[in-house]
Design a protein around this ligand. Structure first.
Ligand code: 5AD
Ligand code: SF4
Length: 465
């Protein structure tokens, strides 16, 4: 990696991230690599020397957003010929060289396996004044330098990539084409990263991968439950989460971890996609609705207070009213704490994009609106039902809306809680009494402890103890 260019003036990076937690984690790596090249991250693109967009192509709308966002930077390039514009992530991987034709004023295209090559690509653009591209798939994931990035410092939680790619080829999904085949990182590298995060004050890690349950099936040295156990043992880490799980790969051993590992948050995101066996088969999901429900029952038996969320696709080709009713039936039975629901979007290369019986736009929209209105009520009811309970909240920072002394954090079950408190609570796990529930968050107050002082009772903040 050649980063030895003379640094005459301060250089600025503007980085915009689209899409999932994998992309957010990749963006941390991008920012880290550029910090090593002496770039400072800023939030004003007009002052940037380099603009990088880390993109998502999971649905048409996500991809379209990237094109319109890039369009806004065209003027900046006209005003400043030295400005470098780079596009990375899933759209870059999908379009490759063709992206230079679609957006002629960009300088760099780098794919999902080429983040570690970014410094080289940037140097090459600066030195040779030529466009640069890297979109090859790599077999290995353990590219040490690409995971060795400086930390942001103040943050209390972090993503840790444990595997990437997917071998499942669900018929609607573009991920296997833009992220490649499954590859797992060595457990020793993951644990070293978690330890480094803990040493830097991180209290919560989210282990991320397209299909974390198949960690261990593809070249890694230990199983996913063993990795979870080891991560939970890292000193300083108070909470561990993981995302995303595939129902077909969720083993009994993993389910039992919810009882065995106190640091593992009582929260699971388990995408069902559809409640109809016919549609699940056409999607090639590898489980039936009964199989899925029995896994949910097992999880709830071991951990009755677990919070469960899911993903649902509405309007998959051939989905009938009856199939949609089956989906609504599952939603009613499970009573999810939250649902991420999407209109089916045909993606290039995927099998389902060639299926007959594409559902009309109007029907898709109607079904999605119906589902979302139903779930909004459920989520609100469940959030309100938490009123009066005391929950442990990891305080993440100042709340964006609300009063200036309002803080925000999350419960173990992943709900956002806003409450008033001093700034020095940031980074601590606090008991918070829930006072009200809304559709996207909870309101609470820090629990006061009663303590006997000189024969009388004195109330004080429990964190002063
Ligand atoms: N159309 C709509 N939603 C999709 N997802 C993945 N591919 C598509 C598609 N082609 C959804 C799935 C997945 C989530 C990340 O995005 O629900 O779990
Ligand atoms: Fe896409 Fe299916 Fe792989 Fe998930 S499991 S990333 S939906 S192909």
């Amino acid at each position: 990696m050649n980063t030895g260019l003379p640094s005459e003036k301060q250089k600025f990076l503007f980085l915009k991230t689209f899409g999932c937690q994998m992309n957010e984690n990749d963006s941390d790596r991008i920012a880290g690599l550029l910090k090593k090249m002496e770039y400072t991250v800023i939030d004003n693109p007009a002052a940037a020397d380099i603009i990088i967009l880390n993109t998502c192509s999971i649905r048409y709308n996500a991809q379209h957003k990237v094109y319109s966002a890039t369009g806004r930077f065209r003027k900046l390039k006209e005003l400043n010929k030295e400005l470098i514009i780079g596009i990375g992530g899933c759209v870059a991987q999908q379009e490759g060289e063709g992206l230079f034709k679609k957006i002629p004023y960009i300088d760099i295209v780098f794919g999902t396996h080429s983040i570690h090559k970014l410094p080289e690509l940037i140097d090459s653009v600066i030195l040779r004044r030529k466009k640069a591209i890297a979109v090859e798939f790599a077999d290995a994931i353990d590219l040490e330098d690409s995971f060795d990035y400086p930390l942001e410092g103040s943050s209390v939680k972090a993503f840790v990539t444990i595997m990437r790619g997917c071998n499942n080829f669900c018929t609607y999904c573009i991920v296997p084409y833009v992220r490649g085949r499954e590859a797992s990182r060595k457990s020793s590298d993951i644990l070293a990263e978690v330890r480094r995060l803990a040493e830097n004050g991180i209290k919560e890690v989210m282990l991320v991968g397209q299909n974390v349950n198949s960690y261990g099936n593809n070249g890694s040295d230990i199983s996913f439950p063993s990795l979870l156990k080891a991560v939970c043992m890292v000193a300083g880490i108070e909470r561990v989460r993981f995302m995303t799980s595939h129902p077909k790969d969720m083993s009994q051993e993993l389910i039992e971890m919810f009882a065995a590992a106190p640091k593992l948050c009582r929260y699971i995101h388990l995408p069902i996609q559809s409640g109809s066996d016919r549609v699940l088969k056409m999607m090639r999901r590898g489980y039936t609705r009964d199989g899925y429900l029995s896994k949910i029952d097992k999880v709830k038996k071991i951990c009755p207070d677990i919070s469960v969320t899911t993903d649902i696709i509405v309007g998959f080709p051939g989905e009938t009213d009856r199939d949609f009713e089956d989906t609504m039936d599952i939603i009613k039975r499970v009573e999810y704490d939250g649902i991420f629901s999407f209109n089916y979007s045909p993606r290039p290369e995927t099998e389902a994009s060639r299926y007959d019986g594409q559902v009309s736009d109007t029907v898709r929209r109607e079904r999605l609106a119906f589902l979302q209105a139903f779930q909004k009520e459920v989520t609100l009811r469940k959030n309100k039902a938490m009123t009066g309970q005391v929950k442990e909240v990891l305080v993440e920072g100042k709340s964006k809306a609300g009063h200036s002394d309002e803080l925000t954090g999350r419960t173990g079950c992943n709900r956002i809680v806003n409450f008033c408190g001093r700034r020095d609570l940031i980074g601590r796990v606090m008991p918070v009494r829930i006072e009200d529930g809304y559709s996207n968050s909870l309101k609470g107050s820090v629990v006061l402890e009663q303590k006997k002082v000189d024969g009388g009772l004195q109330k004080r903040m429990i964190y002063d103890a």
